[in-house]
Ligand binder design. Structure first.
Ligand SMILES: Nc1ncnc2c1ncn2[C@@H]1O[C@H](COP(=O)(O)OP(=O)(O)OP(=O)(O)O)[C@@H](O)[C@H]1O
Length: 649
């Protein structure tokens, strides 16, 4: 006896903000708690083409989708260098300002030392002039310092923004397995890396830019002053520096490790929040508020422990650096002794003291920058690690674009398993779907129905066998072209924030949405009536994940989107289980209109949908078996109720 088994999977539709005039929305989510756009749909619609411009980082990979771990430089600084170099104009401006600031300081210090003697030698008028000069130098230095920091922050933030865009551009090219497989990184953690940890990278870049040349200049200027005034004392002060460098280097390495742990715990917290906040319905329905609070508490306290450790280490290094101040004080005592013996003019004493104080300043700054670097290194690595992968689905260099396809699909001896150790989901499977045919798949949950459609979209490649589209191996067709010819309506329709028009015209999100086509698609999908009743019609913002719509309305929008794509092949993962009978009827009507001019693969949940198909296949244990329509009909010729005849639909 045949068993008819049921259907499943899911889909979801994210929106990317653009500046298209019809788009009013919002918002690349800044919170790590907001999930990344669900990838399967993004890929199914556009082949995963990157929205970002080519960049310095792009040069590291030889072609789109071919990022390879060996191509990435190993040092975190090497990773960010191309982005920072690209901001050279801003950096140059910042450093010129720092040169002005150090010049003012170099003029200020000797003048300050001579101030006491001016009064005695030239009288109060000259003193006033000198004080005015000092004040002018002080003001110019402050302005230069401000501009220096403003330019360097801009350079750092711009560099990190480009890193983010490039990382995301590479991330969306990762194989689907990374996002839904067992070995992947939770989407909440990915979001955390691209948001919060990228901010750490910006702090690091700024600290490096703001301390490297500016501090070196100040150090040189002050050291020169000191050597001119007293080479002996300068030598004594120089002894302290190497000692301090050793201590700082040791502590820096420790800080790096601690920072890595802190970032991981923050990312775990973020991933947890991302998961639980999206499942509030389930949490509440299961009275799980308390247990989730206690789980959150565990994550939060773990994060607290790591954060405390990091903060303690972070304040420790500058304190060690401050020890140099004590060295400086001892130096002053020595200077006083030497001065009293007449070894150098006591009028230079003030200049020397100020020079020592201002010499300590950049050294302390370097200690802090070192801190930032050690803290930022793990963030840089974790961010770039997202792009460090060897793709499984590789587009051939000689792959071709297909302008149109008839929709003839052949699975030839296809074997596929998700992991080497597991049994095949599809086992030497053969299937021929003719152009314009509608084929329904039924079978037990986990039987491999969705997997079959994922292989057709080349979201995964089979381990053996071939899939032919119009008698051409799909591996010979460019991914973008292949996926452009296949429309997907998945079961869990998660719309994205944005307008109705944007959700339907998702394919053209980066270009011009064709409103005529949007309206035509909406009509065919039976969606016009409810769209008209929305406050702004096609311009109505659907809220996060289309939360303002009912299940049936979301389904029909997803169908309209598939229609908008005008593809020859359609994959329908029917999802009518949650719909009332009117909605279900409307969805079914729209599905029927889809089957008219397309080759359709439908994963059917309901007998009525199964009966729309020309042929029906049971997929179980990796094998396909054709089932006659009569197995789904009761004796009076009407659709059999679910579970009838031992078949589950
Ligand atoms: N990304 C993945 N990594 C590892 N295993 C997976 C992955 N996706 C699916 N599987 C496994 O492959 C098998 C087939 O899954 P698939 O989603 O294709 O089944 P299905 O027939 O569509 O099931 P359902 O009707 O419940 O949606 C299942 O055992 C599932 O656990």
């Amino acid at each position: 006896m045949l068993r008819l088994v049921a259907v499943s999977p899911a889909a979801s539709l994210p929106l990317f903000p653009t500046d298209h005039p019809r788009r009013r929305f919002p918002a690349i989510p800044s919170s790590p708690c907001l999930a990344l756009p669900p990838l399967p749909l993004v890929r199914a619609l556009d082949g995963g083409s990157s929205p970002c411009r080519p960049s310095a980082f792009a040069a590291l990979s030889s072609r789109r989708g071919s990022v390879n771990c060996e191509l990435l430089p190993s040092s975190p600084l090497q990773l960010i260098a191309p982005y920072v170099e690209a901001e050279w104009e801003l950096i140059l401006k910042g450093w010129l300002c720092s040169a002005v600031s150090v010049y003012c300081l170099a003029r200020f210090v000797p003048k300050m030392g001579q101030l006491s003697s001016v009064m005695g030698r030239y009288g109060p008028e000259r003193l006033l002039v000198e004080v005015m000069k000092l004040a002018s130098l002080g003001v110019i230095r402050s302005v230069a310092c401000y501009l220096q920091q403003a330019y360097l922050w801009e350079a750092a933030l711009r560099a990190v923004c480009k890193i983010r865009v490039d990382v995301f551009g590479k991330l969306v090219h990762r194989d689907l397995g990374f996002f839904e497989g067992r070995g992947g990184i939770p989407t909440g953690e990915v979001a955390h890396r691209i948001t919060a940890e990228a901010k750490d990278v910006a702090d690091t870049v700024f600290a490096l830019l703001n301390t490297s040349l500016p501090n070196a200049l100040q150090l040189m200027a002050m050291a020169t002053q000191m050597v001119v005034i007293s080479p002996v004392l300068s030598f004594i002060s120089a002894l302290v520096i190497p000692l301090m460098s050793l201590v700082v280097a040791h502590l820096g390495e420790r800080l790096r490790k601690i920072s890595q742990e802190a970032q991981s715990s923050a990312a775990r917290l973020s991933a947890y929040l991302n998961e639980v906040l999206q499942s509030m319905l389930v949490v509440k329905a299961n009275n799980a508020e308390l247990s989730e609070t206690s789980r959150f508490q565990k994550f939060a306290y773990d994060d607290l422990t790591k954060l405390l450790k990091k903060r303690r280490a972070k304040v420790f290094v500058p304190e060690i650096v401050k020890v140099i101040h004590i060295g400086g004080t001892l130096l002053l005592c020595a200077a006083a002794v030497l001065a009293s013996r007449g070894l150098f003019d006591s009028s230079y004493m003030v200049s020397f003291i100020i020079s020592v104080a201002l010499l300590v300043d950049p050294i302390e700054g370097m200690g802090k920058a070192f801190n930032e670097l050690k803290q930022g290194e793990p963030a840089i690595e974790r961010l770039f690690n997202l792009t460090n992968f060897r793709p499984q689905v590789i587009e051939k260099p000689n792959a071709v674009d297909r302008d149109s396809v008839a929709g003839d699909i052949k699975f030839c001896d296809v074997t596929f398993r998700y992991e080497e150790t597991t049994r095949p989901v599809l086992d030497r499977l053969n299937l021929h779907i003719r152009p314009g045919e509608t084929v329904a798949f039924v079978g037990p949950s986990g039987g491999g129905k969705t997997t079959l459609t994922k292989l057709l979209l080349r979201l995964y490649d089979p381990q053996s066998g071939q899939i032919l589209l119009d008698d051409e191996d799909i591996k010979g067709i460019r991914l973008r072209s292949l996926r452009g010819h296949i429309g997907l309506v998945s079961q869990d329709v998660a719309l994205f924030s944005g307008t109705v028009a944007e959700n339907i015209g998702y394919k053209d999100l980066m270009g011009e949405i064709n409103m005529e086509l949007v309206e035509k698609a909406a009509r065919t999908a039976n969606a016009v009536e409810f769209i008209r009743n929305l406050p702004d019609g096609y311009d109505t913002d659907l809220g996060q994940k289309g939360s303002v719509l009912s299940g049936g309305q979301r389904q029909r929008l997803a169908i309209a989107r598939a229609l908008y794509q005008e593809s020859s092949i359609l994959i329908l993962d029917e999802a009518t289980s949650a719909l009332d009978s009117r909605s279900e009827g409307l969805v079914r009507q729209s599905l029927e209109s889809l089957t008219a001019n397309h080759t359709v693969l439908v994963i059917a949940h309901r007998v009525e949908t199964v009966l729309m198909a020309d042929r029906i296949f049971l997929l179980d244990g990796g094998q396909l078996e054709e089932v006659s329509r009569s197995a789904f009909l009761s004796r009076d010729g009407k659709p059999a109720p679910p579970m009838a005849n031992g078949l589950i639909v």
